[in-house]
Design a binder for this molecule. Sequence first.
Ligand SMILES: [Zn+2]
Length: 363
Amino acid sequence: MLAAIGLLALPGPLPGSADLSAPTGDQDVIEVWVCTVPLDTRAHAYQPSPLRLDLDPAAIAGQLEAHVRPWFATLSNGRYAPRFVAGGVLALRTDEGGEDCLARAQDRSRRTTDAVLAVANAEHRADAHGGLGNPGAGCASEATSCPASVSRRGAYVGASDFHPDWGPLPAFDLIEHELGHTLGWPHSGGPAGEYDSALDVMSDSTAPRSVFPDEHHAGGTIGINLVDAGWIPARDVVRSPRDGGRATYRIHRSAGPSGTRLLELPLAADRFLTVELLTADGLDRHLPESGIAITLVDASPAACGTPCDPLRRRHVVQRSTPPYTDLLQPGEVPWSGHGWRVQVDSIAGGTATVSVTGPDRRS
Ligand SMILES: [Zn+2]
C-alpha cells in the first residue's frame, strides 16, 4: 500500500456552519492532510525505521479543533481561532520529503482553504528539523479569499508528536510553532541560537514541558508577534522618543487583553527594541518568575532582504542567558544596551512601571 503513487483519498465535504460560541475574529480554515512515507524512502529527514503511524486526517483535524483552536484563541485573547478541517491522504515517492508533502497537499486543497497542515506518517530523525511553516505570498488579486493552493501558505510536521507514547492526544507544541510561521512569525532566540528561548513559542516550543512533563502545548509568544498579527492593536503600543531624556511608562502584561502592552525603543529604520511584561501565568505559567523581557527587532534589509521576508526578521532576546527566563525585576541593576537604559520601577497586578533613558542625540 505504501508503494502507491499519488492521491489515495479526496477531500470530503466541508463541515457545516461556524460554531456561534467560538471567538470572533480571523477564522482561517486550515486543511489537514497526511502523507504516507514509503519504507524505502531516500529523504534524509526520516528516521531509518519501519515505524509508520496510522494517521487519519479527520481524526487529527478533530484533535486540533478541540485543542489547538482554543490555544490560539487564548494566545490572541479571542482574536484568532482557526478552524481545522479534514483534507486527505497522499503517498510520497521515495525521493520526496516534507516540502513535497506540503506542496502536493496544497495543490489538492479546496478553494476555501486558507492554509494547509500536512503530517507525515513517519518520524523525523532526531537531528532533522521537526517541521516547517510558511506564510505564503499574499494573493495578487484583491479577492477577499486567498486559497492555500495559490498563496502556498501552510505547515508540515513529521510523525513524532503523534507517537502512541504521547497517550491519547499528540503533542501540539510543534504544530503551534509551525502554524506561527504561517502567520509570518520568525524564530526568536539569543544572539547565537534560534531555539534557546523559553519566552516564545517561536523559539523553544517544548519549554513548558521541561517544567510540567505532561504538558502538550507550547508557551505563549512575545509581544512583537502579537502586534504583527494585529492582536495587540497599534494604539496599545507606545514608542519612546529617542531624545536622550528619561521617561516612565506603565505597561500591562503583553499577553493581556487590553491597555498599553508593548513599549518600543527606536534604534534606526526598521530596528528597535521592545520592552514588555511577561507574567508567569496562563500560557506562560512555566516561567519561574514574572518580569520584563527586552527583544531586539531587526526588520532591516540586511536582516530580511528587500522586500523583507518576514520569517528572516530577527527577534533577539536581550540580557540573561538561555533559556532567558531570568527576567528584569524591580531593584535589579538596570539593563543597558544599544544606547538605551531600562529600569524596572515596579511590577504588581499584571502591570509594570518602567523608566527608560534614550540615547543622546549626539551619539
Ligand atoms: Zn520554526
